[in-house]
Design a protein around this ligand. Structure first.
Ligand code: BGC
Length: 474
C-alpha cells in the first residue's frame, strides 16, 4: 500500500486549520476505500440465501459468485499501482469510486447469474485499485508519525465495512433482498468519488511527472504560507537519490529476497488460516451449527463475527507500536489455531446442514462453535489482520516498495480467492471438521514460520529496517 518513499519533508511539521482539513480529507479517502473493501467482502454472506433461491445456484456457482470479488481485486491491485503512476493518485481514486458504483449497479440490476458475476468482478477490480491507491496516496501525504495509524485505520475501516454489511444483511434477512444488499454499495462508491474530487493531487507524484507548477499549486492548498520552493527542492533531491520506482522484475532480485519472503509469507498465511472462509460463509457455518432461522443466523454473524472484529482491531491499534508486531502475531496465531481446532472438534458432533430444520435451536456443539469463532476472530483481528498490512508496508526499501507492496497485495487476494473458491468444495469432500483442522494446522505452521522468519520492526524508521536487512546479509 505505502507505495513511495517516506512522507516528503514538506509535510513533516504539520499545523493549522488547512492541514487539519486536508488530513481529514486524506483519512476520509482511506476510510471509504477500506470500508468499501469490507462491505463488499461481508455482504455476500447475507446475500447468498436470496441468490440461491432466485437463481437455483449450484455449489460451484455459489463459490463463483462469492469469490469473483477477490479475483477482480487480484487484477485490480496489480492495475492500481500502474494506474496510480500513470494517471496520478487522485484520478485513480476517482476511477475506483466510479467503478464501485458501476459494479454495485450491475449487481443490483442483474437479470441472471452471468451479469451478476460480471458485477462482482467489477466491484472486485475497484476494491483492488482502491486498496493500492488509497494507502499509497495517504503514505505520500501523511507525516511520518501519522503513517502507522493511517494503515491501522485502513484495517479498522475494512472491519467496519464488514460489520456494516452484516447489519444491512440482518436488516434485510427477512425479505432476502439481495439486490438491495449488493446495490447499496453504490452509495459509498459515489462517496469515494466525491471525496476524491475535492482531494488534492499528491505533489510528490506531480514532481515525478515534472509538473513543478502544479505541484506548487497543490502544496499551497495543503499548507498555505509555507516556503513551497524549498519543499519542492527537497522532494526533487529525494527523487534524484534513487527513490524512483524500480522495474517489476527487480523485486525478485536476490538482495530483496528477505523482505519479499516476509511480505508474501504474511499475505499467504493471513488467508490460508481461514479468515475469509468464516467472513464469507459465516451464515452457512452457523446454519450447520444449529441456528435454524435466518434471523438467528444474521444476528449471531453480525455480533459474534462483525462486531467482535471491529472491537478487537482496536486492540491492535493500541498495542502494535508498543508491544510490537511479533508478539501480536505469535499470540494471535495460538488463539486462532486453538479455536479452529475446537471448531473442528465441535463439528464432529454437528449434524449435516440438511438436518438442521429438525433441530429445536443451537446444540451444545453449536454454542461451542460460536464461542470458538469469537476467539478466532478476536485473535485474527489483533494479529494477522492489521499486522500483515503494516509489515507489508514497512519491510520494502523505498526503491522497490511500490511494486513489492502491489505484488504482496495481489498474492493476498490470490490466496483469498483460492480459499473462498474451494472452501465449500473442501467441506463437501473431507467434511467441516477436517477442513477446520486443516486451517488449524496452517496456524501451527504459520506460528513456526513467523517465529523463525519475521523480524520485529516496531518503532524503527523505514531506513533502520532497510539497514537491518543489509546487516542480515541482503
Ligand atoms: C484481510 C481480509 C479480511 C479482513 C477481515 C483483512 O486484513 O485482508 O481478507 O476479510 O481482514 O477483517
Amino acid at each position: 500500500m505505502a507505495y513511495a518513499a517516506d512522507a516528503p519533508p514538506n509535510i513533516r511539521t504539520p499545523s493549522g486549520e488547512a492541514f487539519t482539513r486536508w488530513l481529514a480529507v486524506v483519512l476520509t479517502v482511506v476510510i471509504f476505500a477500506g470500508g468499501l473493501f469490507g462491505y463488499d467482502q461481508g455482504v455476500i454472506s447475507g446475500a447468498l440465501p436470496g441468490l440461491k433461491a432466485d437463481f437455483s445456484l449450484s455449489l460451484l456457482m455459489v463459490q463463483v459468485v462469492t469469490s469473483w470479488v477477490t479475483l477482480g481485486a487480484l487484477a485490480g491491485s496489480l492495475a492500481g499501482g500502474v494506474l496510480g503512476d500513470w494517471i496520478g493518485r487522485k484520478r485513480t481514486l476517482l476511477f475506483a469510486g466510479a467503478l464501485f458504483a458501476l459494479g454495485a449497479a450491475v449487481q443490483w440490476l442483474a437479470p441472471g447469474v452471468a451479469v451478476l458475476v460480471a458485477g462482482r468482478f467489477i466491484v472486485g477490480v475497484a476494491v483492488g485499485v482502491a486498496a493500492v491507491a488509497a494507502p499509497l496516496y495517504a503514505a505520500e501525504l501523511a507525516p511520518a508519525n501519522f503513517r502507522g495509524r493511517f494503515i491501522s485505520s485502513y484495517q479498522l475501516a475494512i472491519t467496519a465495512g464488514i460489520f456494516l454489511a452484516y447489519l444491512v444483511n440482518a436488516q434485510l434477512s427477512a425479505s432476502a433482498d439481495w439486490r438491495l444488499m449488493l446495490g447499496a454499495a453504490a452509495i459509498p462508491g459515489l462517496g469515494l468519488f466525491a471525496i476524491a474530487l475535492v482531494a488534492p493531487e499528491s505533489p510528490r507524484w506531480l514532481m515525478v511527472k515534472n509538473r513543478r507548477g502544479d505541484a506548487a499549486t497543490e502544496m499551497n492548498k495543503i499548507q498555505p504560507g509555507v516556503d513551497v520552493d524549498r519543499q519542492l527542492d527537497s522532494i526533487q533531491t529525494a527523487l534524484r537519490q534513487g527513490e524512483r520506482a524500480a522495474p517489476w522484475g527487480e523485486i525478485f532480485y536476490h538482495e530483496w529476497r528477505r523482505p519479499l519472503v516476509v511480505a508474501v509469507g504474511l499475505a499467504v498465511f493471513q488467508q490460508i488460516t481461514g479468515i475469509n472462509a468464516i467472513i464469507y460463509y459465516a451464515n452457512q457455518i452457523f446454519a450447520s451449527a444449529g441456528f435454524a432461522t435466518e434471523a438467528a443466523r444474521a444476528t449471531v454473524t453480525t455480533w459474534a463475527i462483525g462486531g467482535v472484529n471491529v472491537l478487537a482491531t482496536l486492540i491492535a491499534i493500541a498495542f502494535i507500536d508498543r508491544i510490537g508486531r511479533r508478539i501480536l502475531l505469535l499470540a494471535g496465531l495460538i488463539g486462532m489455531g486453538a479455536s479452529l481446532a475446537v471448531v473442528g472438534a465441535a463439528f464432529q458432533f454437528i449434524a449435516p446442514e440438511g438436518e438442521i430444520a429438525a433441530a429445536a435451536g443451537p446444540t451444545t456443539a453449536g454454542i461451542v462453535t460460536v464461542i470458538a469463532l469469537v476467539v478466532f476472530i478476536t485473535s485474527f483481528a489483533f494479529s494477522l489482520g492489521p499486522v500483515t498490512w503494516t509489515v507489508i508496508n514497512e519491510v520494502f526499501p523505498a526503491r522497490v516498495r511500490g511494486r513489492g507492496v502491489a505484488f504482496a497485495t495481489a498474492v493476498n487476494w490470490g490466496s483469498a480467492y483460492l480459499v473462498s473458491q474451494f472452501f465449500l468444495s473442501l467441506v463437501d469432500a473431507i467434511g467441516s471438521s477436517l477442513t477446520f483442522f486443516l486451517f488449524a494446522l496452517f496456524c501451527a505452521v504459520g506460528w513456526a514460520w513467523v517465529y523463525c522468519v519475521v523480524p520485529e520492526t516496531k518503532r524503527q524508521s523505514l531506513e533502520q529496517i532497510q539497514h537491518m536487512w543489509a546487516a542480515r546479509g541482503g
